[in-house]
Design a binder for this molecule. Structure first.
Ligand SMILES: Nc1ncnc2c1ncn2[C@@H]1O[C@H](COP(=O)(O)OP(=O)(O)O)[C@@H](O)[C@H]1O
Ligand SMILES: [Mg+2]
Length: 148
C-alpha cells in the first residue's frame, strides 16, 4: 500500500506507473468519489507523453489522449448505465487498439474487464491523503480465479 499525501503525489504515482505500460495494457482504477482516480489518470497520460485530448466533443464518454508514446483511452464507468452501453461505445474495438485503456469505476462492470487488467484500489483516507494498492481481480471478472 502506498500513501499519497497530495494531489501532486497521486499524479506522480500515475506518472511512474506509465513508465511500465505497453500497448494493450488495461488499468482499472477503483475507489470512491474523490479517491484520486482521475488525478492518477492525468499522471498516467502525462507519463506516456500524451498531451492532446483528441476526443470529439460529441463523444465525451470516452476520452482519447494522443501525441505520446501510446494512445490512451479513458473511460469512467460511473457515467455508464449498463454493460450494454459500454459495449455500444465500441468497447471491444478499444481493447483491440494498440494503446492503453484506463477505466475509472471498473468494478461497476467487472465482467467487461479483460483478463490482463491490472486492478488498483484507491481510498480517500483523509482530506489530505489517499492510499493506493494493486489488488486482485474482483469476483465475476474475467481475471477472477473462478471466472464466469
Ligand atoms: N493524495 C491526495 N491528497 C489530497 N488530495 C488529492 C489527492 N489525490 C487527489 N486529490 C484531489 O482530490 C480530488 C478528487 O480527485 P479525483 O482524481 O477527481 O477523484 P476521483 O476521480 O477518484 O473521483 C481532486 O481535487 C484531486 O486533486
Ligand atoms: Mg474521476
Amino acid at each position: 500500500m502506498t500513501t499519497l499525501r497530495s494531489a501532486d503525489e497521486t499524479f506522480e504515482w500515475g506518472r511512474q506507473l506509465a513508465g511500465g505500460l505497453r500497448a494493450g495494457d488495461v488499468i482499472a482504477l477503483c475507489g470512491n468519489l474523490g479517491a484520486g482516480k482521475t488525478q492518477a489518470t492525468k499522471g498516467i497520460v502525462a507519463g506516456l507523453g500524451a498531451v492532446a485530448d483528441v476526443t470529439s466533443p460529441t463523444f465525451t464518454l470516452v476520452h482519447e489522449y494522443g501525441g505520446g508514446s501510446l494512445p490512451v483511452f479513458h473511460f469512467d464507468f460511473y457515467r455508464m448505465e449498463s454493460e450494454d452501453e459500454v459495449v455500444s461505445l465500441g468497447w471491444d474495438e478499444y481493447l483491440d487498439e494498440p494503446g492503453v485503456v484506463i477505466v475509472e469505476w471498473a468494478d461497476r462492470f467487472p465482467r467487461l474487464m479483460p483478463k490482463n487488467t491490472r486492478w488498483f484500489r484507491l481510498a480517500n483516507v483523509s482530506e489530505n491523503a489517499r492510499t493506493v494498492q494493486e489488488a486482485s481481480p474482483p469476483a465475476w471478472s474475467a481475471g477472477a480465479e473462478t471466472p464466469l
